[in-house]
Write a protein that binds this ligand. Structure first.
Ligand SMILES: Nc1ncnc2c1ncn2[C@@H]1O[C@H](COP(=O)(O)OP(=O)(O)OP(=O)(O)O)[C@@H](O)[C@H]1O
Ligand SMILES: [Mg+2]
Length: 225
């Protein structure tokens, strides 16, 4: 059993897209998958609540194109208390985290219960620079954890043949982060996938899922990116 949180500091960094595609990849590999929608997003907004359907963006995606694995809605800061028992029935639990800066209680709870954090990062200076505050949050919660969190950067929204991907890899590895070899390209396939059925086999998300699983297998108990 393994629990991944797909997380980052800011909104709009492809957390939901990555969590959903990784969950499909794991399911297609034959793993028993639980996806946790932990992002309240606008769903619990106090502004015009009647305009919302009560679902987070993962739940909304599932409502349009039902996922072939279990999904639970738990946008709460009790994930670290609730999930160990729930996740025991699954091979892999994937948490779609809200942005850390907007919902710190929930995102930190996810970082406490997960054994692995996957950080989707675009190869831009802004997103690369934000890994420092993300790792500061990880360091802050380390005393609350029984084991060290395994962390990895999943580069995504990469433009083919652009220098930016190499530059980002250089900067991230230079700063001590583990960067997955699988890289998610910037494609309409992903941009338009919210609410649509997903087949991950043959895509970079299948490679990324296999890589993160291997990371856990190889580096059980040891640490950070
Ligand atoms: N590989 C990709 N190529 C092109 N567009 C992408 C890719 N991945 C994600 N996107 C687009 O980027 C936007 C943000 O993605 P997503 O909703 O997954 O981010 P998020 O981090 O979950 O955001 P939030 O913090 O608001 O929940 C979406 O419009 C999505 O379709
Ligand atoms: Mg999201």
């Amino acid at each position: 059993m393994t629990i991944w949180t797909v997380t980052n500091l800011k909104p709009g960094t492809a957390k939901t897209t990555s969590a959903v595609w990784l969950a499909h990849a794991l399911h297609e590999m034959g793993r028993k998958v639980l996806l946790v929608d932990a992002d309240p997003g606008g769903a619990r907004s106090k502004l015009a609540p009647e305009a919302f359907d009560g679902l987070g963006s993962t739940g909304r995606w599932n409502a349009r194109a039902a996922f072939p694995f279990d999904l639970i809605d738990n946008a709460s800061s009790s994930l670290h208390k609730v999930l160990p028992a729930v996740s025991a029935a699954y091979d892999v639990t994937v948490i779609d985290s809200p942005p850390i800066e907007d919902h710190q209680g929930i995102a930190v709870s996810a970082l406490r219960v997960a054994d692995t954090a996957v950080f989707p990062v675009a190869p831009t200076t802004a997103e690369v620079d934000r890994m420092a505050p993300v790792m500061a949050v990880v360091a802050d919660i380390e005393p609350l954890r029984a084991t060290e969190l395994t962390t990895c950067v999943l580069l995504n929204r990469c433009v083919a043949n652009a220098a930016s991907t190499g530059d980002a890899i250089h900067a991230l590895t230079g700063a001590g982060h583990r960067v997955l070899a699988a890289r998610i390209p910037r494609l309409e396939l992903y941009a338009q996938s919210h609410g649509a059925p997903v087949t991950a086999a043959g895509t970079a998300y299948a490679d990324a899922a296999a890589e993160v699983l291997a990371l856990r297998g190889a580096a059980a108990g040891e640490g950070r990116a």
